[in-house]
Design a protein around this ligand. Structure first.
Ligand code: GUN
Length: 284
């Protein structure tokens, strides 16, 4: 039976440390680090994520603003909202919850956030910096995964790391962070031939494809470390990951659960980035 990596515990310790640093920063500078979150439309999953982000922010001592906009919001309206937020001195970090409604240009919205306030690290400037190993902001989900591996003393050096999924949010930056930690990294996706043959090579398997129970025990090497980034609802409406947890946990050496795994770490790393944004602004 695999060791279950307890995201909640790791996140709670990290958040307590962030809250302490937020307090110290405010005492020293008189500035309360501030995060603004923009959500457009009614996507139920996004609503839950945004509520959790807001709650975590307030609990850690940040100033928090959430801007809820209707699904019919135009590009002009969204960009002028971002302009207003950019010019608010109380706000150091800005995040636009994705996905946006189809009629909005996601790329143009991301590029409208100043790189020094881009706490998601989605802006081309920040993704470019990640590529060369110069991190102003670490991408939240991949950084959360790395923090979990570190906490569990799982050394990445020389390991076969397989990332399933090639999104800009998770798959691609995840591969970069594993590479910078000296892993031998393979990225798989929907066009990969014989996916199971590749995933079975993994000492560290990170899965981010958004399909419930997609990774079955036969796709996993004995004693692999399995990190499940998926956040899906199964037929009964219960939250579940991309990995068949019951079967794979019999074979892996360590595994993250859903919920209580990567998800809580993502928000923790967002707090880390928001504090960093405030620190950088104070230095200017
Ligand atoms: N949608 C799913 N994950 C994320 C994330 O990390 N940031 C933003 N902005 N939107 C998301």
């Amino acid at each position: 039976m695999a060791h279950i990596i307890d995201g909640k515990k790791i996140a709670a310790e990290a958040r307590a440390d962030i809250a302490r640093r937020v307090g110290e920063f405010e005492e020293k500078t008189g500035i309360k680090p501030g995060l603004a979150v923009v959500i457009v439309g009614e996507d139920p999953a996004s609503q839950v994520y945004v509520r959790n982000k807001e709650k975590a922010c307030i609990e850690a001592g940040f100033y928090s603003e959430v801007h809820r906009m209707s699904a019919e919001t135009t590009m002009d309206e969204l960009l002028s909202k971002l302009d207003e937020i950019k010019n608010n001195d109380k706000i150091h970090g800005i995040l636009v919850q994705l996905p946006l409604p189809k009629h909005l240009d996601e790329k143009a919205v991301i590029e409208a956030i100043p790189p020094e306030k881009d706490v998601d690290a989605f802006h081309a400037v920040n993704t470019g910096k990640i590529m060369i190993g110069d991190y102003s902001f670490l991408p939240c989900t991949p950084a959360g995964v790395m923090k979990m591996l570190e906490y569990e003393n799982i050394d990445v050096t020389g390991k076969e790391c397989v990332v399933v999924g090639r999104s800009n949010i998770v798959g691609k930056p995840m591969a970069m962070l594993l590479l910078h930690a000296n892993g031998t990294v393979t990225i798989c996706h929907s066009r990969t031939k014989d996916l199971a043959e590749v995933t079975r090579r993994a000492d560290i398997l990170v899965v981010a494809i958004g399909k419930a129970n997609f990774i079955t025990a036969d796709m996993v090497k004995e004693c692999a470390v399995v990190i499940d980034v998926g956040m899906n609802r199964n037929a009964e409406g219960k939250l579940c990951g991309d990995v068949d947890f019951a079967a794979v946990s019999e074979k892996a050496s360590a595994i993250t659960p859903v919920p209580g795994g990567v998800g809580v770490m993502t928000i923790t790393m967002l707090l880390e980035n928001a504090l960093r944004a405030a620190e950088m602004a104070a230095k200017k």
